[in-house]
Design a protein around this ligand. Structure first.
Ligand code: SIN
Length: 344
């Protein structure tokens, strides 16, 4: 049913404003270039959270914002330790009675990974909304301020509760599990391939058109941990060797996600190396490098014999997140791991 949800701005006179914690982590949304026409040669993560807020004058009418600078990084440099810190901070904030939701500003480059991690590791039904920008804050037509306004609008909406982590970007609201970055420079850089966005946000209105079905947040056993199991990604391509897989196994990795060709197929040379790794106890997950569509479990025909798990609709980067969380939580046996990928 397409029911527009009134946002707090339309009833602000009657009720106190929602209290939203804003965690800034850097990214292009906090980027600055030498001149306003420069949208490519800038430095990400250099503008502080106070300046981000100052660029969005209408925010105070939507929510009471409590802002903090959680990090100041280019998200290509996202670290596992920062994931843990971020997840713990979000959980702490959402456990407080005086916080109704969280907004996180982030770089676009690894947003889809952090979003899926938090989607699985946050333990609250309160809204968590991530946003970002493709143009630095200093640019003509910077997209960050409107994206931030819209993210706060979504987080302030009761309709966003219980939906896991959401990504508000370019007027659309995406589920963290589905959303991926699909363009290097376009302002419309995020899509949920094949499935589509959950809804939209515009001019203070929030409308959800569907809900995600897979369990998330409070309905998962996962948590961000202090010591992450090492999980790496390798790709299959013409002429690939087994050098990378052998080196990873020698280094003691706990899991390898393979970005396979097409429907998750793997070059015979790489497949042999991965099967040997699986036989040594390394968890092997088969995903696809294609960018959309699912990777089906081949069962007795292949995966069961080789010791592989199939990633379903998760791309290799999101599959790595789920595999690391599952291994950290103690699930390493292949059939149980396949169950994790089938469920989450
Ligand atoms: C980053 O991911 O931090 C830089 C790129 C961006 O935010 O668009």
């Amino acid at each position: 049913m397409n029911t527009p949800v009134p946002t707090p701005s339309s009833s602000a006179a009657a009720r106190p404003l929602p209290r939203i914690a804003l965690l800034a982590t850097g990214g292009t949304i906090a980027g600055a270039a030498p001149d306003a026409a420069n949208t490519a040669g800038y430095q990400a993560g250099v503008i502080g959270v106070a300046q981000l807020l100052a660029a969005v004058p209408g925010l105070g009418a939507i929510a009471d914002i409590q802002a903090e600078q959680a990090a100041s990084i280019d998200s290509k440099d996202m670290a596992l330790a920062l994931w843990t810190t971020l997840a713990q901070r979000v959980n702490t904030l959402l456990a407080q009675d005086d916080i109704d939701g969280v907004v996180i500003t982030h770089g676009t480059d690894t947003l889809e990974e952090t979003a899926y991690l938090l989607h699985l590791a946050v333990k609250s039904a309160k809204p968590v909304v991530m946003t970002a920008a493709m143009r630095p804050a200093s640019a003509l037509s910077a997209d960050g301020p409107l994206n931030l306004l819209n993210a706060v609008t979504v987080a302030a909406s009761p309709a966003a509760a219980g939906q896991g982590v959401l990504v508000a970007f370019n007027n659309r609201i995406h589920c963290a599990r589905d959303v991926v970055k699909v363009s290097t420079y376009a302002v419309d850089a995020f899509q949920s391939p094949e499935i589509g966005a959950l809804g939209w946000v515009q001019d203070g209105r929030v409308e959800f058109q569907r809900r995600a079905l897979r369990p998330h947040t409070v309905a998962t056993p996962f948590a961000a941990v202090e010591r992450w199991p090492q999980v790496e990604i390798v790709a299959s391509y013409a002429g690939v060797s087994r050098v990378a897989v052998d080196a990873l196994v020698a280094a003691g990795v706990r899991g390898i996600v393979v970005a396979g060709t097409g429907n998750g197929s793997i070059h015979a040379t790489l497949q042999q190396a991965l099967a040997e790794a699986a036989a040594q106890g390394v968890a092997i997950v088969r995903a696809s490098r294609v960018g959309s569509g699912h990777v089906m479990h081949n069962g007795a025909a292949s995966d069961d014999a080789l010791g592989f798990v199939s990633a379903g609709t998760l791309n290799p980067y999101k599959a790595r997140v789920l595999l690391a969380l599952a291994l950290a939580q103690g699930t390493a046996e292949r059939v149980a791991l396949q169950g994790v990928f089938d469920r989450y």
